[in-house]
Write a protein that binds this ligand. Structure first.
Ligand code: MG
Length: 366
């Protein structure tokens, strides 16, 4: 590895995306590019500028990458991504910073071997079924018409963001008007265990799951809630590593896992989690963090593993961005399906003109 670049970008979003945390109007992006042997490997940081999803931010990730991960990369020889992961094990947490660099290493490694990343990690599916995440809408009517439109476009599963006080009306309206399609709700930790009865009132609507209803770092209360409601519980924020998942399963905190590579620290930890889910009979799907085409390509590659049993939030780029920064943005090959690229590596390169338009600053090391 000869040189590392960090690119900070500002990507205008097509429409504001509202969750129970707040509204995002445009997306701040941090991309890692590692040069070596005539190849460039790309990785994307999953963080935002605020610490509202998890504690890491683009600024904290940039600090960890600049002061700890880049010096390690440029001063040590690695024969495999696994070796790199072992060498940074002494850096506590900071999963998103580590995942961004590890991703770029995997991309570089698979490009240098002329193999698509998905094959290198043992993926088999090349047609990826895709779901969509719908932000909180100003009115119930707008929610219903949005969801109807997405079903028409072929999305295989609809996830809605719910907010306390609005949830029953949201779900009821969708079921009454659009019937029994694959529907789930993501609460982003907006509830507490005292809301068990309220959450139980969603049981009658046959949701595939409710995602992360309770605190972002909780396992115990989720296990209590699981005894009180029949809708399966999916964990997102609470699962930061394989050991968290192991604890969650032993406690009975979840039946389904939403995996986000940046949240669990990278490709390797994601593979371990996928193997664990397959062994334990848990359903698994891939979430999203409003990634550009770079992070989106990694999400699609990991979803090629057999352990991913449910459609993920891997919608085409055009659902979120006016223009993507890559030359092969994720797009449907048929309604609700994205086909994986057979290009070596993760399968995308920068689109130079879009990159230039959205670039805020670049730093180069080595
Ligand atoms: Mg979530």
């Amino acid at each position: 590895m000869e040189r590392v670049e960090l690119h900070r970008l500002r990507m205008p979003m097509k429409e504001p995306f509202e969750t129970s945390f707040g509204v995002e109007y445009d997306k701040s992006v941090l991309i890692v590019a590692i040069h070596g042997g005539g190849f460039v490997g790309l990785g994307e940081c999953g963080a935002a500028d605020d610490p509202f999803y998890l504690e890491e931010t683009n600024a904290s990730a940039e600090y960890i990458i600049t002061h700890f991960l880049v010096p390690m990369l440029l001063s040590t020889e690695f024969d495999s991504p696994e070796e790199f992961v072992r060498s940074i094990a002494h850096i506590r947490r900071n999963e998103m910073a580590k995942a961004a660099v590890e991703a770029a290493i995997w991309d570089l490694f698979s490009r240098s071997r002329g193999t698509p990343l998905y094959r290198m990690i043992g993926g088999t599916k090349i047609e990826i079924p895709v779901g969509i995440s719908v932000g909180i809408q100003p009115t119930i009517d707008q929610l219903v018409s949005k969801v109807a439109g997405y079903l028409e476009q072929g999305y295989k599963r609809i996830k809605i963001k719910i907010k306390p006080g609005k949830e029953v009306d949201q779900v009821k309206a969708l079921r009454t008007t659009l019937g029994d399609f694959p529907l789930m709700a993501d609460a982003n930790s907006a509830y507490c265990l005292e809301d068990a009865e309220l959450l139980g009132s969603l049981d009658r609507y046959n949701l595939m799951m409710i995602e992360q209803p309770l605190a972002y770092d909780d396992l115990i209360d989720h296990a209590e809630l699981a005894k009180k409601i029949s809708t399966p519980i999916c964990l997102d924020e609470s699962i930061r590593s394989l050991s968290h998942l192991d604890a969650a399963v032993r406690l009975g905190s979840c039946q389904i896992v939403n995996l986000k590579m940046p949240r669990v620290g990278g490709v390797l930890e994601s593979i371990k989690i996928a193997n664990f889910c397959a062994g334990a009979g848990l359903d698994l799907w891939c979430g999203g963090l409003l990634e550009t085409g770079v992070g989106r390509a990694f999400n699609l590659a990991i979803t090629s593993l057999d352990a991913f049993t449910l459609p993920g939030d891997t919608a085409p780029s055009e659902r979120y961005f006016v223009r993507d920064i890559v030359d092969r943005p994720a797009e449907f090959s048929s309604p609700g399906i994205i086909s994986l690229s057979e290009r070596p590596g993760v399968g995308v390169d920068f689109d130079p003109s879009t990159l230039q338009d959205y670039l805020v600053a670049s730093t180069s090391f080595g």
